[in-house]
Design a protein. Structure first.
Length: 158
């Protein structure tokens, strides 16, 4: 009886080893294939490739604006907002227009920020709404191109 119980265990352990070996080989092949695909994508996006892949990459340019400090439109005027804004765009010509229209842009932003109440800009939804409104107003002023996005790099309410 002792011989009969050891023989099925040997067969089942051999099957288990074979199954584990196949699984490990499949996983290793998947990892190597994934690494090869990632390496190919990096080479084409780095400028080594030609065609549509290299044309899809759009360089973003950031234009940092000076810090804005405004009183919020609250009763008593005791609350203020201090924020720093960076503008993102893709057309290099737009950078020159941003510099030329800087006083006009700052004036518009200051007026817009100071018209907001604490409730208007509190929370994530308030900040997103403010970002959208600022982008719309800035793009109405610009003639050479449009800004793509606006980032608050500092946002303090006191």
């Amino acid at each position: 009886m002792a011989e009969e119980t050891t023989e099925p265990k040997k067969k089942s352990s051999l099957k288990l080893v074979i199954i584990l070996l196949v699984v490990v080989l499949l996983m290793g092949g998947g990892v190597v294939g994934w690494m090869m695909m990632q390496g190919g994508q990096e080479a084409s996006s780095a400028g080594g490739g030609s065609g549509a892949a290299s044309q899809d990459v759009v360089q973003s340019i950031s234009y940092p604006m000076a810090t804005f400090v405004v009183n919020l439109n609250d009763p008593g005027g005791k609350r203020y907002l201090k924020t720093k804004i960076d503008l993102e765009y893709t057309d290099e010509k737009l950078g020159d227009e941003l510099k030329q229209r800087l006083p006009q842009l700052r004036d518009m932003i200051l007026l817009l920020l100071s018209s907001k109440t604490l409730e208007d800009i509190q929370g994530i939804d308030g900040k997103i709404a403010l970002r959208t409104e600022l982008i719309t107003h800035i793009n109405q002023i610009l003639t050479t191109g449009k800004i793509r996005n606006l980032y608050f790099t500092q946002f303090v309410i006191q």
